[in-house]
Design a binder for this molecule. Structure first.
Ligand code: 13P
Length: 287
């Protein structure tokens, strides 16, 4: 059931669990995320970056694929099709292209400009029934060519952006996209507490969900994180399952060279990762 993400995340914040945001890159990824959500009766958010949409042709192609799968698989769990780290133009394309949720990432603008642009995007999203995520304090690491320095968001800035009427908020608390360096200081829970207090119960979003310890994930959820983004873990699992299959020569064995067989181990590997995240985040049975 395609819905916007507002209600599912409010419910998660109140129930102290988190909905997995799984970045998708192709049909297999999308199908793995949707079937696992249905099997475990968990809500799910399909995250789509501009780069992933370009690879899959366009935002509207992705939305149409997800909407058709939702129908054909007769999904009963809530599913949001969500733009990840969107620019102004990408937000407009997603509103027009059939997404149910967008993230406007204005964190690289001077704060006043982030406020002005976020306000405009909130109006556009809400007028069209979409939910919207905003960001304060950039997330570290690199994703799709966008590099962030890993800031800690300022609680007062978070309050100002939250009061504009965003549905959920990504606030940097030392999290990084991709693999964490060995000398990573960990999540800044004092900052998270300050942000939670300042934003009065708005669902918070944790980007960079790969490589954060279970203990830190649980603590973040206890402090109001209701959506956790995961990309790299699925990519690593997909790549290593595919590599193993090829190294064993199975891609050329028997009836051979069947792309559906070649991609099957990667598909299963992604499903296992998502299942593990749903169990860890506490979203199993919460649809
Ligand atoms: P990871 O790649 O670290 O899992 O982060 C994903 C993410 O935050 C997408 O926005």
């Amino acid at each position: 059931m395609i819905v916007n993400a507002k209600q599912m995340l409010q419910k998660a914040a109140q129930g102290r669990y988190a909905v997995p945001h799984i970045n998708i890159n192709n049909l297999e990824w999308t199908k793995a995320a949707l079937t696992t959500a249905q099997e475990l009766n968990s809500p799910i958010i399909l995250g789509v970056t501009g780069g992933a949409a370009k690879y899959m042709v366009s935002f509207s192609t992705v939305a149409a694929m997800a909407r058709e799968m939702d129908k054909a698989l007769k999904l009963t769990v809530p599913v949001a099709i969500h733009l990840d780290h969107g620019s102004y133009e990408q937000c407009v394309a997603c509103v027009e292209g059939g997404f149910s949720s967008i993230m406007f990432d204005g964190s690289h603008y001077p704060f006043d400009e982030n406020v002005a642009k976020t306000k405009e995007m909130i109006a556009l999203a809400h007028k069209n029934g979409l939910s919207i995520e905003a960001e304060v304090g950039s997330i570290g690491g690199e994703e799709d060519g966008v590099v962030g320095a890993g800031e800690i968001a300022d609680a007062e800035e978070c309050r100002i952006i939250a009061e504009l009427g965003v549905d959920f908020l990504a606030a940097g608390i030392g999290n990084i996209h991709g693999k964490y360096p060995d000398n990573w200081a960990g999540l800044d829970f004092a900052a998270l507490e300050r942000i939670q207090k300042a934003t009065a119960g708005i669902p918070l979003v944790l980007h960079g969900g790969t490589g954060i310890s279970e203990e830190m994930i649980k603590k973040a959820i206890s402090l109001g994180v209701a959506k956790i983004n995961v990309n790299t873990d699925c990519q690593l699992a997909f790549a290593s399952a595919t590599r193993e299959y090829i190294q064993a020569g199975k891609d050329l064995a028997g009836t051979g060279f069947d792309p559906r067989k070649l991609l099957a181990p990667g598909y299963e590997a992604i499903k296992l990762i998502i299942k593990g995240k749903m169990e860890l985040f506490g979203s199993v049975g919460k649809a």
